[in-house]
Design a protein around this ligand. Structure first.
Ligand code: NDP
Length: 286
């Protein structure tokens, strides 16, 4: 099994067009996931990958919508640019100021949503079986994905969220933006402070380049869950580090990927597909 570059399940007439925009996108499993969702729910749609550079983003996205595309998922590095481009935002996308799903309606509304947070929470609670209330959470990275997950994590009444980022100022600004929702602070990797944490989420894109953020010792104890938002067949540098630190669990972002996709599908088609068959289909190949 390998990522398909186009999915067109059976059905009457021309399939409705959807896709993923990002740079890069070739590694994406979204066509496979949405293909399974479409088949299971008997929806006549196709799903394609669009590699679009930041310079061409605005022009190319508007062109896709005027040429008939009904909805797009948005991945790095475009989530904030997508929030600026759309003419309406859902409340959770307004909070995040980042968009990972766009729906194009017949009245020409471009609606931006953010399903990353609900996807991550669903995976942590339903699949990983983690209780988030009263936990200390460390988030590595301060990009578009973090914007989407901070609100939902803080709303679960976590005790403390620390954001650590290569560019410390970005982590501090982001923490200030969400400070009304709970105990949150931002810093650079060297200033993370005292561990251990209950949950450490790697939301940097370092794993995509085979890198690990420079992390101090003492962040992990035997009950710590380490979660890399990045996904791939092999261990990532972060999950390898977590295993070396004797974390209770080192997970990759497959569950989040599938759950955020199900929420996007719900926005586009009005049906939330069952994610279990997709997770089961992926499991033997990872
Ligand atoms: P962005 O491009 O918006 O942000 C990237 C972040 O990574 C920034 O904080 C950046 O720091 C940091 N970073 C980049 N390279 C390094 C490095 N070598 N060392 C340390 N930090 C680094 O990306 P997104 O937020 O959209 O995505 C982040 C990751 O999450 C990606 O791996 C993506 O694939 C994954 N993801 C997975 C999802 C899933 O469903 N499983 C959903 C969403 C994202 P700086 O600010 O200093 O540049």
């Amino acid at each position: 099994m390998s990522p398909a570059h186009e999915t067109a399940p059976g059905g009457e007439g021309k399939p409705d067009q959807y896709g993923l925009v990002g740079h890069p996108v070739a590694h994406s499993w979204s066509p496979f996931i949405h293909g399974m969702f479409a088949q299971a729910t008997a929806q006549n749609l196709s799903y394609r990958l669009f590699d679009i550079t930041p310079q061409a983003f605005r022009r190319d996205i508007l062109h896709l919508f005027t040429s008939g595309v009904r909805g797009l998922n948005v991945t790095l590095p475009h989530k904030q640019a997508a929030a600026d481009l759309v003419n309406e935002l859902t409340p959770r996308a307004t909070r995040a100021q980042a968009v990972n799903t766009i729906a194009f309606f017949e009245d020409t509304t471009l609606l931006g949503d953010n399903t990353d947070g609900v996807g991550l929470i669903f995976d942590l609670e339903q699949n990983v079986k983690l209780t988030l209330a009263d936990t200390r959470i460390l988030i590595l990275g301060a990009g578009g994905a973090v914007r989407g997950v901070l609100g939902p994590l803080l709303e679960r009444e976590s005790r403390e969220v620390v954001i650590a980022n290569r560019t410390a100022q970005k982590a501090m600004s982001l923490a200030a933006e969400f400070a009304d929702l709970g105990q949150i602070s931002g810093c650079g990797f060297a200033q993370i402070g005292k561990g251990p944490f209950d949950l450490i989420i790697n939301a940097t894109s370092a794993s995509l380049r085979g890198d690990l953020p420079p992390l101090p010792d003492g962040l992990v104890c035997e009950t710590t869950v380490c979660y890399d938002m990045a996904y791939g067949r092999a261990q990532t540098p972060f999950t390898a580090w977590a295993t070396g630190q004797h974390a209770a669990l080192a997970c990759k972002g497959w569950g989040m990927l599938v759950e955020q996709a199900a929420e996007a599908f719900l926005l586009w088609r009005g049906i939330r597909p069952n994610t279990r068959p997709v997770l089961d289909a992926l499991a033997p190949h990872l």
